[in-house]
Design a protein around this ligand. Structure first.
Ligand code: NAD
Length: 401
């Protein structure tokens, strides 16, 4: 019998706790960079979104020539007020050669990990390398993971946290301090971004909200700030003042999907770069005016990957935006990583594939199951009626046949 490995929520949480969340995100950053290097080989399409008044349910498929994967995920900003999670998910891997599912996993926790890893990979290429202070606007489910991602990628040590819900803010502060961060509980969005090197917006609101204005970015944040915008991920659901996008270098995951769902739905003609282009070195990330090596004359511009100590006065004002909506390849990456890493004792095995001995005799499974059930019922009744081993009366026999 072919079974499907199954990782449930409790097992996923144990796996993350055993490995350490920051270490897992660190490994995911590298795994994602490897997969993005294969971008042109991968099957890609915008996700399939089914919208309703309260939220969206999405299917996110991708594949290479060996492994197919998809994620089911919802986004319902009004859920926490009703006692539900904003985002929940599960995902599947399958063998391309026969189409059989091979692995099934919860993906609510895995989504938080892969979103943090994607943000961190982008920040590694787009943020100033001396970034230590992260402003978090939105302190819900994603926020601790986002903080850990930025520490794994850049060594962020300080958080400035703002949420319209004081309980969410206090929860983040408590969890983040236990993780070793210095936390400032901000009194407003303005307070949160003041002096920040990186700003992550991870709010949930089914609206064109403005949680970040151009003035907050250019006047309050540290010059050369990187904006990691993850909460605007549906048509009509954005977080940024569009003037920020016009003032910044904007990087997206997969342009055809982000044009529909991302911040750039507000700026249809804005040119953007895809993350894989930067990760593979085809396009520069943060442009930095660096001190020229001795004897090389004037300061010069470099892309990331060939860094030198930053010039203290120049080349520090470029604003970068990662307009993240979440892309299927990120889910495929985390599913493969966890499948290959999870210890056997955390994995259950599901009888998910109907696979009769004769591949054309699917009905045999029903026929045999019916027979077995009927026999079991017959034997129980016989025992109850003291008829075991004797011939049944005809009428009763036919009633349970
Ligand atoms: N880009 C991606 O890959 C990706 C992945 C996962 C989630 N998301 C999105 O990120 C967002 C956050 O997800 P979550 O699971 O943390 O949601 P959540 O509901 O757990 O947390 C959202 C928080 O934002 C706060 N908030 C709402 N409006 C605010 C405002 N104007 N200012 C400050 N705080 C505000 C809420 O009080 C809440 O605490 C959602 O919109 C979700 O759809 C994106």
């Amino acid at each position: 019998m072919t079974t499907v490995g199954f990782l449930d929520v409790a097992a996923t949480a144990r796996w993350i706790a055993q490995r350490g969340p920051e270490a897992v995100i660190g490994r995911l950053i590298d795994a994602l960079a490897d997969d993005l290097a294969r971008w042109e080989e991968l099957d890609k399409r915008p996700r399939i979104a089914t919208h309703s008044r309260d939220g969206v349910i999405e299917l996110m498929p991708t594949a290479d020539d060996a492994t197919y994967g998809f994620k089911f995920v919802n986004g319902h900003p009004s859920n926490p007020a009703r006692g539900f999670q904003t985002v929940t998910a599960f995902g599947v891997l399958a063998d391309v050669h026969n189409g059989y599912p091979t692995f099934l996993a919860e993906m609510t926790l895995l989504t938080a990990l892969r979103t943090a890893a994607t943000s961190a990979l982008a920040a590694r290429h787009l943020a100033r390398q001396d970034s230590r202070t992260l402003a978090l606007i939105g302190c819900g489910s994603q926020s601790e993971f986002q903080a850990l991602g930025m520490r794994a990628a850049l060594g962020v040590t300080h958080l400035r946290a703002w949420d319209t819900d004081p309980a969410a803010r206090a929860k983040l502060a408590r969890n983040a301090r236990a993780l070793g961060f210095e936390v400032h509980e901000a009194t407003s969005g303005d307070d949160a971004v003041t002096g920040a090197d990186i700003i992550t917006t991870c709010t949930a609101d089914k609206a064109n909200a403005t949680v970040l204005t151009l003035e907050m970015v250019t006047e309050l944040a540290h010059p050369g700030v990187h904006v990691n915008a993850i909460g605007g991920d549906c048509p009509g659901k954005t977080e940024l003042d569009p003037r920020i996008l016009h003032a910044a270098d904007v990087v997206v995951e997969y342009e055809p999907q982000t044009r529909i769902e991302g911040e750039i739905q507000q700026t249809p003609d804005l040119a953007v770069t895809e993350l894989w282009e930067i990760v593979t070195g085809r396009r520069p990330g943060r442009r930095e005016t660096v001190r020229a090596p001795q004897g090389a004359g004037e300061s010069f511009e470099r892309g990331v990957g060939e860094r030198s100590p930053l010039d203290a006065t120049t080349g520090r004002t470029q604003v970068t935006v990662f307009d993240s909506v979440g892309f299927a390849v990120e889910d495929w990456t985390v599913l493969r990583l966890v499948r290959d890493d999870v210890p056997a004792e955390l994995l259950a095995h599901l009888d998910l594939i109907a696979e009769p001995a004769d591949p054309k005799d699917l009905f045999s499974l029903v026929r045999d199951a019916g027979g077995a059930d009927a026999d079991a019922v017959r034997h129980s009744l016989d025992r109850l009626m003291g008829l075991e081993g004797r011939t049944r009366p005809h009428a009763r026999e036919s009633a349970i046949a």
